[in-house]
Ligand binder design. Structure first.
Ligand SMILES: [Zn+2]
Length: 231
């Protein structure tokens, strides 16, 4: 997964929108959908990245709170609103059904993860391959299954990027620690833009356990000069 660090406004700029207010954005543009996820302890939904580092389980979204007596957290997540229009859950379900019926390629979804307030990490592009509608002990919720894909989006189209090494995911708790320790700056030059979380030993070269000791923040320039040395 990619781990580019972005501010909220960088993220909106990247997507060419003024604001991203919803977590689920089916076909935010003609090429792909966008989701915002969070594994923070106060996150509104139970999103998580599986231990394989390439699968995301993303919870569907609740009905809107339309009155003081309505608690959305006690109501089944719907595919349609009361007035009958399709919800974001419904659009994502439809995409999975069409993919399973072999009538469509899986929907491509760009994923951003909240690290801290105003600090986001771009996870790259995923395929929406499945969903479940399960009882979480309280009510029925959607769990959408996304799998990392080796594509990049450039010049308004998707390109296969077979050379991209599959990297192991850096846990969110580690990112939070590293971000605070490195004070949100490149440890080499102090730059505060185009930052990445950098893992000392790439997964492809035998890197295994990830802790804050072997993760640091680098700017794009220093990230690049480092990969030159490895080659
Ligand atoms: Zn730097």
């Amino acid at each position: 997964m990619k781990d580019q660090i972005l501010s909220y406004w960088d993220m909106c700029d990247t997507e060419g929108v003024q604001m991203l207010q919803r977590g689920m954005n089916f076909r935010l543009n003609v090429n792909y959908s966008v989701i915002l996820m969070s594994q923070r302890s106060n996150a509104p939904y139970a999103d998580r990245i599986h231990d394989d580092g390439i699968t995301i389980e993303y919870e569907g979204h609740d009905i809107l709170k339309t009155g003081p007596d309505i608690d959305p957290k006690t109501i089944d997540q719907p595919v349609k609103t009361k007035s009958g229009s399709i919800t974001q859950n419904g659009l994502f379900v439809q995409a999975v059904e069409q993919f399973k019926a072999n009538s469509h390629e899986p929907e491509i979804i760009r994923v951003y993860e909240k690290i801290l307030p105003g600090i986001w990490s771009e996870k790259g592009f995923f395929r929406l391959i499945d969903y479940q509608y399960i009882n979480d002990g309280n009510r029925n919720v959607f769990r959408f299954i996304l799998e990392e894909t080796e594509v990049e989006f450039a010049d308004r189209e998707f390109k296969e990027n077979a050379l991209k090494p599959r990297s192991r995911v850096i846990p969110t708790s580690v990112k939070k620690t590293v971000w605070e320790r490195d004070e949100g700056k490149c440890v080499m030059c102090g730059a505060t833009d185009e930052l990445h979380f950098d893992h000392d030993l790439p997964y492809s070269k035998g890197g295994t356990s990830i802790s804050s000791d072997n993760v640091k923040i680098l700017c794009a320039r220093h990230n690049l000069s480092k990969s030159d040395k490895i080659e």
